[in-house]
Design a protein around this ligand. Structure first.
Ligand code: 9MR
Length: 473
């Protein structure tokens, strides 16, 4: 362990101790005890939360409360030691109508975290978006909106007092050029709304670390410099601010080269830093080269945090491509998270693990390399029959497989044989039948299906087997 990590290790132990003292770790015994860290580390596959803890940081994910069961819940609990509600703590979610609060989603996230020995990043108290109409379209004076804002903070942060590790108190206060965003808070209250919000949050939950969070502030640029100047001035005025969140919604090939230097300059202001919403999007369907580059970039971002003592941890904005905001917001982009839509770890996952000190033992990737042949055997006005061959080109046996692809032209599978095929939107998954789960090294299995098409029947050209990209044969 690096000397600079000792302080962080000590605080990690304190966190663990306080969870036990507070009874949080045992309060939900119905879910069963969590495996001891040593047991998890002994597993062949990396466990991000343990690897991160050994480096003195946390590894977190944004979650959707309603999905916290089944495979999604299992991976969330096993791999991550911090969770952030993706939407459930936003103003519009908790106080859509003035004075009438809905806590079910937020409570579910906090309860899950406590049952799994995880921290919670509270997200977010004051933000221009996902704000109820009664706030964004209200008629306010500085005093009336300040009171509404600080009441909201007192109620929400007060409800979870002692149970939230970090609050994103103010989210996205800046424009790209470093001027203040003209949110309702900015226009009604003025520049001081940020200090007012931070003071209210400190009063409501003195133990929570209070953050200002923004996007496109990962590298050194006009916007991050405005954030830097804000933090500097808040510190000088004695306003309670503990940290800066760099969201890090990144595009493949565009990780800022100044990321680590930027984290360091905030640290030098005597605040903590966290990467709070990491994802790295690419055009879809992804090629194996893109997935390999994404691995390198997740590794680089993770390494930049590990390298700076005040960087507390990293949160990915959804751990699986099936729970990512990217496809809904950026046409033609996706594949931004470390797990694919079928919950299989992607190369990016191993990149994170490597940056956290995990050493690949040299054995082939657990899923093996693969080559896929795709052939349309017959086609008629609205239908077609296709055959798919999946070859194990690695030197290890495959025992159980899921082949995934995305339709390029709106096709859909209507009936399949020798595999169980499911489709959601354009995303298709073919899982082995019980009798063809094993594929020996060099061997292949074949399955077929009928599909429907209209307009065009362009063949898919990118397949993943258990999350790893295959070549085409
Ligand atoms: O992940 C969130 C998504 O489900 C919502 O539809 C979206 C609405 O704006 O907000 C997403 O989360 C945002 C986060 O709260 C703040 N930073 C940007 C995130 C992506 O939009």
């Amino acid at each position: 362990m690096k000397p600079q990590s000792l302080r962080r290790a000590a605080s990690a132990i304190l966190v663990a101790a306080s969870l036990v003292i507070g009874g949080a770790a045992s309060a939900h015994a119905a879910d069963g005890p969590q495996p001891a860290a040593a047991d998890r580390q002994a597993a062949a596959e990396p466990v991000l939360r343990d690897l991160a803890a050994a480096q003195g940081i946390y590894y977190g994910t944004a979650v959707t409360a309603s999905k916290l069961n089944g495979t999604y819940g299992t991976i969330t609990g096993e791999q991550f030691d911090s969770i952030t509600p993706g939407n459930e703590m936003k103003w519009g979610s908790v106080e859509a109508t003035r004075g009438s609060f809905t806590w079910s989603g937020a409570d579910a996230v906090v309860d899950f975290a406590e049952a799994h020995g995880q921290r919670v990043r509270g997200h977010t108290l004051v933000w221009h978006s996902q704000l109820p109409d009664w706030v964004s379209n209200g008629t306010w004076t500085a005093d009336t909106l300040r009171t509404v804002m600080t009441d909201h903070i007192a109620t929400e942060a007060g409800r979870y007092q002692g149970r939230i590790d970090h609050w994103d108190v103010v989210n996205e206060p800046f424009n790209e050029d470093g001027t203040r965003r003209q949110s309702v808070f900015q226009t009604a209250i003025g520049d001081s709304y940020i200090a007012d919000a931070l003071r209210a949050a400190r009063a409501a939950d003195p133990a929570a670390k209070l953050y200002v969070n923004d996007y496109n502030v990962e590298g050194v640029n006009a916007k991050s410099t405005a954030l830097y100047n804000l933090v500097k001035s808040l510190k000088e005025q004695g306003v309670p601010i503990d940290g800066v969140g760099l969201q890090a919604h990144l595009i493949l090939g565009q990780v800022p080269s100044t990321l680590q230097a930027n984290i360091q300059r905030f640290a030098d202001l005597d605040v903590d830093v966290a990467i709070t919403e990491l994802d790295i999007r690419m055009t879809v369907p992804p090629t194996s080269a893109q997935l390999a580059q994404q691995k390198a970039e997740y590794k680089a971002v993770t390494a930049a945090c590990v390298a700076v003592a005040r960087c507390e941890g990293i949160t990915v904005w959804g751990f699986t491509d099936s729970d990512s905001w990217i496809p809904d917001f950026f046409d033609g982009y996706g594949a931004a998270t470390p797990y694919d839509e079928n919950f299989q770890p992607k190369p990016a996952y191993y990149g994170i693990a490597e940056a956290l000190g995990w050493v690949d033992d040299g054995s082939p990737d657990p899923v093996g390399a693969c080559a896929v042949g795709y052939a349309v055997q017959s086609q008629w006005n609205t239908g077609f029959t296709a055959q798919v061959t999946v070859r194990n080109t690695s030197t290890t046996a495959i025992s159980g497989w899921r082949l995934a692809w995305s339709w390029p032209a709106g096709q859909s599978v209507t009936q399949a044989w020798n595999a169980t095929v499911t489709q959601s939107g354009a995303a298709v998954t073919a899982a082995n039948a019980s009798y063809n789960a094993a594929i020996a090294p060099g061997a292949a299995v074949t399955f077929g299906f009928n599909g429907s098409w209209s307009g065009g029947n362009t063949a898919p050209t990118a397949f993943t087997l258990n999350g790893t990209a295959c070549t085409m044969s």
